[in-house]
Ligand binder design. Structure first.
Ligand code: MN
Length: 137
């Protein structure tokens, strides 16, 4: 058993991987042979990931606010607290907050020596982001 008290600093989401202000708290840090990695991620209004893939897929579970997600070739979907999204292995996608609300999700990934948590691509442009549906409609 290993207890980690609340001593881990919140990390800022790197600008190469995110647009806007994103804050990441490590929830689960796997030690081999365990490979479940979990992060609690706070996206401020307008913030989002870049386009990316997860070699072993990813589950996100929304806990606060109103968010958005999109797979390549699909429409932008609104996601709300209690919604769970699974991105399939290798499926290109992004996720983030709506323009006017923050969004918090738990992110669950599997990682090991052969599988990084994510492979990152280009940022979601303002034009791409502007295609999001309004949460008020
Ligand atoms: Mn993802």
């Amino acid at each position: 058993m290993q207890i980690t008290r609340s001593s881990t600093d919140t990390a800022k989401g790197p600008a190469d991987w995110f647009t806007g202000e994103v804050y990441i708290d490590a929830v689960a840090v796997p030690q081999a042979p365990a490979r479940v990695q979990a992060n609690l991620v706070h996206f401020t209004p307008g913030a989002r990931t870049a386009w990316h893939t997860h070699p072993l897929g990813q589950t996100i579970y929304v806990t606060e606010g109103i968010g958005l997600c999109q797979r390549r070739g699909g429409s932008i979907e609104l996601i709300r607290p209690g919604d769970r999204v699974f991105f399939e292995p290798g499926e290109e996608h992004w996720h983030g907050a709506t323009a006017n609300r923050l969004m918090v999700h738990l992110a669950l990934n599997e990682v090991d020596d052969e599988h990084a948590a994510a492979h990152w691509g280009e940022h979601v442009s303002d034009d791409e982001y502007a295609a999001a549906p309004s949460p008020r409609s």
